[in-house]
Design a protein around this ligand. Sequence first.
Ligand SMILES: Nc1nc2c(c(=O)[nH]1)N[C@H]1C(S)=C(S)[C@@H](COP(=O)(O)O)O[C@H]1N2
Ligand SMILES: [Mo]
Length: 421
Amino acid sequence: MSNRTAAEPRGQAGPKLERRLLLAGLVAAGSMRSSDLHADDAPEVPPDPTKEPGRPVGTPYGSPSSFATAARVLETTNASANTSWSYTPLERIVGNVTPSGLHYERHHGGIPTIDPDRHSLVIHGLVDTPRRFTMADLKRLPIVSRCHFIECSGNTLSEWRKPSAPSATKSHGLLSTSEWTGVAFSTLAREVGVTHAASWAVAEGSDAAVMTRSIPLDKLMNDAILAYGQNGEDIRPEQGFPLRLVLPGYEGNMNIKWLRRIELSDAPFMTREETSRYTDLRTNGIADQFNFVMSVKSVVTSPSGGMRLAGRGPVEISGLAWSGRGRITGVEVSTDGGASWQPAHLDTPPEPICTVRFRLPWTWDGRPARIQSRCTDETGMTQPTHDELVAANGVNYVYHYNAIQAWQVASSGEVTNVASF
Ligand SMILES: Nc1nc2c(c(=O)[nH]1)N[C@H]1C(S)=C(S)[C@@H](COP(=O)(O)O)O[C@H]1N2
Ligand SMILES: [Mo]
């Protein structure tokens, strides 16, 4: 038996937390591998875990195994660390829900520190009774809990001109799925009394970016959640603690984090984020504005770019499919560049506006193969090829790229990003 048991219980959170933050900073600077995150925790492994007691309970909040290496991939090319983003490591996610600590992040003014006891949400404008709700007020109202994905409309924007992203994380990782818990906007609407003149609202965050987006009132009334819960616990600071607007299926940017104000009106507000940003330029020089819905989309996460198949034989093809319009009704997979398609198995019954994991057993014969997935939603929408999407929208469209993703398997087993046509 070793003189140091598996891992000593840790009483003091202080120094360890500091070390983690330091490590996180180093990871951001790109000087460390994600696996180094847990380096200081590397436990001594007993030769036979049944021959000595394990460590006792006593960790107030659990953390992943010291051997777990899934980590968000931080984007370091951006000018300012406060306006950065990080990707969900899609090829490391084994199920459908994204662990909260791996939810992608996109912040325009950094992550604010907010005391929930001093935070409130004001609803005003074209309402009968303007009101300020504290977090305690909100938590006394009826609760809704639903699983939804959130996807940045800039997800996959690297692919308009040519296949560019080296991995599924870099091509599709601005997508995550959580169970969101909170109050339906429609419940608050009854509290304040919506006037007949109201048809739009603006939602505002209390971060340094003071992010604002105009939202059609119908959408808010239909299915918007003012979420304070994520995967069964308080929403994470990165995701908007203590309160975030969840607008199922609408582009990530409209899901205002650190939500502090909703003003009802009879017209959109033409904020910065919906005029100079988050518009899509067509080839005729006219831009699409208020392009809200994230369309039907899928990606094979395994095998995917940057992986190498160990050798010929059985391989499980697996990935995620989603649509901002409703349920996924089917996913097809091709291993011959789109010449033939086979229906994939869905892990779970698809939920509306939520990802679903699909799988297809495959036998690799060692020859070059082109793997792609294509999904359909309950409105009948299906994914275009890259060439079809570019023919429709041009290459300056920036956001809302949802074409079929193709991965090329070389005879060496190496997997790379290639075009779908
Ligand atoms: N207040 C506020 N809300 C915000 C943002 C922000 O910077 N500030 N970023 C938006 C963008 S562009 C996206 S894609 C999503 C990202 O949500 P996440 O960080 O929880 O993944 O939040 C949106 N809501
Ligand atoms: Mo975004």
